[in-house]
Write a protein that binds this ligand. Sequence first.
Ligand SMILES: [Zn+2]
Ligand SMILES: [Zn+2]
Length: 433
Amino acid sequence: MKAVLDHVGIAVADLGAALAFYRDALGLEIEAPEEVASQRVRAQFVPVGESKLELLEATAPDSAIARYVEKRGPGLHHITLRVDDIHDALAQLNARGVRLIDQQPRPGAEGGLVAFIHPSSAHGVLVELKQSSVVGHQSVSLQASAPSPDAGVRRFTVGELELISLTDGVFRLDGGSMFGTVPKALWEEKTPVDARNRITLAMRPLIVRGARTMLIDAGMGGKDTAAFHEAYAVDRARSLDRAMAEARISPEDIDIVLASHLHFDHAGGFTYRDANGRIRPTFPRAQYIVRRGEWEDATHPHERSRAAYLADNYMPLAEAGVLQLVDEDVTVMPGVRVRRTGGHCMHHQMVLIESKGQTAAYLADLIPTTAHVPDAWIAAYDLYPMDTLGAKKRCVNEAVEKNVLVFFAHDPAIAAGYIQEQDGKRRVVAAPV
Ligand SMILES: [Zn+2]
Ligand SMILES: [Zn+2]
């Protein structure tokens, strides 16, 4: 593949101070700075011969560059290689087993196409491939030169454990089905609805880092067909791959994958289809922990549950010998244990995370969004709604009493928050990030 170095992205804490070096001390010419509001970044291109430097300064504390600088300090952020045919380049890389963040190119600035290669395959460097729409050298805006700054990475601390909330994009489900017996007139006030009566739901897997690195659920993954994506209006622009790359965690880092249950919007990312069409575990070193009852139900689905269980998401785990079935409410690693809730499905489980007197809970589909906090707001999808009600009451009481940091696996806006109760009224306060 023929490639030309297009530019080198450098994350800086202070653009003015950076220019004092690159412009004044080195004496380089600069182009006009560009502010990209949607990405909360200011970009300054500095031409150096055939290539450019791109100085990136965050304009808000929640931008990806701000988080990058906070975590690693200023420095090299990415390099961009310009290729003639990006589709061809991706096909070549795929055939060689190179891990890609973008399987398909996506639109960059000025009609160009871009795709990112995972740093784990590029020896620790985030590499962007770029195909310009016009032949020749041109300046690119930040849209084309960094992954979405909000890939949905949110970091929290619970005692000695680090929790990193990620996303695997969004999809839509029928609003009526999501709220069960609650009339549309009520739920519509809380959740916008599309022309097909669907509401938007996020998929939010969670990483817990302690004695080991654990991933709870993995979203929908990338194996599904275009028809499936259309039916559920799937948008994985903020996929788990991309979120993990932004969090600087590679699939090889994951020791344990824990399943709340095996529905496709939680277990789809457990496996992926390789270049030869074979389906393999996504996290090559991980043991996958699944509740035995849920495994039995998923492998013997009935008419009511069949649509949610797709065998490609979990059968390859058994074939690869990485499946570990558990029977009870076990401690998965120090500070992390599961608790069966039932309700949504017979063996649905939540995850309790405790360290140094602090507690967090990953509720999966027990309370999928903040709109589902009131007791009776229970999805029609739930197979055993009265069990959901009981488990929910216990969970909410504990959350209020112990000030538990609660993770909402499907909330489109709030990854985690605290449930407060006053005069019988509940509200959710989003956790600061
Ligand atoms: Zn589910
Ligand atoms: Zn779900």
